[in-house]
Design a protein around this ligand. Structure first.
Ligand code: GLU
Length: 467
């Protein structure tokens, strides 16, 4: 049997951390088994589904690099199929039209509550023999079995069972003719050959209804894997600040997709006490039985730590591509007249915590900055600094080769000749080149800036501070 999993978001909002973790686990399991992964957009709730949310989900999946083999399928494009199945169920007496008015249902609910009963539909229209006008509105309900139990062995939760008497005849088609989630999800998972349903445990209560429907359709029941919640650092519901928001906010904040994915995999799954997993490792080690039953807690510090790790260890081109995105976000259109992003990454990965910070600190290598950092100027531009800048300009202009080693050696000689410490040479130069007193080694800094641009900036700073 080929394993097939799916991620089936309702596009009523962005992809948040919880959804991304569900997507990741489904993707990992399919990849681990050499199976297939399906992306399905559950957009039957037309009022709450939006195109920007669909776009954002797809963009997030791509950014996280969770590639799908089939889809994206849209439920709104499958209405004919749902209708066909509903007609079949009606014909077989497994579903029925319900004409109960809103008032009747409200009264029923109020009476049940008044008697301390769980509100549920009473099956009034199960054997409705009344005549109805063709335009009289109705919904279609699934005829749930009256007795017995419906049970399943959830991979995470263990054995779960419900009394059928607790479930009512749920609506599978609304009065406007649109099918409902609990119905579509079953038809889709059946038609798409889904073998493992991996989703948030907020769906546990839907599962018995769905299983009854699978059985009524004569469809194979998939394996269910309900993932426990992700809690905030305080053990309460995940707050907006902690990631209940759009995962793309993590991109904007300067996190790498690999860092976030590595972070997410540990939210509810473990392999000993290992924290760092490459994608390949994750795929080979992932298993459903190592998914934890207890809720997992969010930890921002760990995410920061992983991000720093991946900034330093991933191939420079990969990190560079993400840096490029950040530089462009800062308004840079053209990177061709600056250093290669991978070289910037090499010089800055140890010195910055996020790619956002890296982009802010390295924009100066691509575009002229507007002012010098006043604190840096106050501390480092002293009497004699202008002379040093002029001397450096002259010395560096004569260099045959513009590489870090030659530059460092030339500047060390300059410092020796002028009988001053390297700080008095390097810091004014950093200010001249980057506008701030913080940058990598001075040779590396000048190499990133390029020969012509460096000399130009040194001359400009000497003129500015000498005026
Ligand atoms: N569309 C549902 C949701 O976004 C998920 C359904 C499922 O995974 O079965 O919550």
């Amino acid at each position: 049997m080929q394993v097939k999993t799916r991620f089936a978001p309702s596009p009523t909002g962005f992809l948040h951390v919880g959804g991304a973790r569900t997507a990741l686990f489904s993707w990992l399991y399919a990849r681990h088994c050499g199976g297939r992964f399906v992306l399905r957009i559950e957009d039957t709730d037309r009022e709450r589904s939006t195109q920007p949310a669909i776009d954002a989900i797809i963009e997030s999946m791509k950014w996280l690099n969770l590639n799908w083999d089939e889809g994206p399928f849209y439920q709104t494009k499958r209405f004919d199929r749902y209708k066909e199945v509903i007609d079949q169920l009606l014909k077989e007496g497994k579903a029925y039209k319900c004409y109960c008015s809103k008032e009747r249902l409200e009264k029923l609910r109020a009476d049940q509550m008044a008697h301390g009963l769980k509100p549920r539909y009473d099956g009034h229209c199960r054997c409705d023999h009344e005549e109805h006008a063709p335009d009289e509105p109705y919904v279609i309900r699934f005829r749930n079995p009256d007795d017995g139990i419906v049970a399943f062995d959830d991979v995470v939760k263990g054995h779960v069972e419900f009394q059928n008497s607790e479930l009512d005849d749920f609506i599978i088609q609304r009065s406007d003719g649109t099918p409902t989630y609990n119905f579509c999800v079953v038809v889709d998972d059946w038609d798409m050959g889904i073998t493992h349903v991996i989703r948030g445990d907020d769906h546990v209560n839907n599962t018995p209804r769905q299983i009854n429907l699978y059985k009524a359709l004569g469809a194979p029941v998939p394996v269910f894997v309900h993932l426990s919640m992700i809690l905030g650092e305080d053990g309460k519901k995940l707050s907006k600040r902690e990631g209940a928001v759009n995962v793309m906010k993590y991109r904007e904040a300067g996190y790498l997709p690999d860092a976030l994915v590595n972070y997410l995999v540990r939210l509810g799954w473990s392999h000993g006490d290992q924290e760092i997993f490459s994608r390949e490792e994750m795929i080979s080690l992932f298993s459903l039985d190592a998914i934890t039953k207890s809720a997992s807690g969010f930890n921002n510090k760990k995410l920061d730590w992983l991000n720093a790790h991946y900034m330093k260890t991933l191939p420079g081109d990969e990190v560079g591509a993400e840096l490029e995105w950040h530089l462009k976000r800062l308004g840079l259109e053209d990177l061709s007249n600056g250093p290669k992003p991978c070289d910037v990454v090499k010089a800055y990965a140890e010195r910055t915590h996020t790619l956002k910070e890296m982009a802010e600190k390295t924009l100066c290598y691509y575009r002229d900055f507007e002012s010098y950092d006043p604190a840096g100027v106050k501390k480092w531009i002293k009497e004699g600094s202008v002379e040093v800048l002029k001397d450096a300009h002259e010395t560096l202009s004569k260099l045959d080769s513009w590489d870090a080693k030659s530059i460092d050696e030339a500047l060390e000689e300059l410092a020796k000749r002028r009988e001053i410490g390297m700080g008095k040479v390097g810091q004014p130069l950093r200010i001249a080149i980057t506008g701030t007193a913080m940058s990598p080694g001075i040779g590396d800094t000048l190499v990133l800036c390029g020969r012509e641009r460096s000399l130009e900036r040194i001359a400009k700073a000497a003129a500015f501070f000498g005026a």
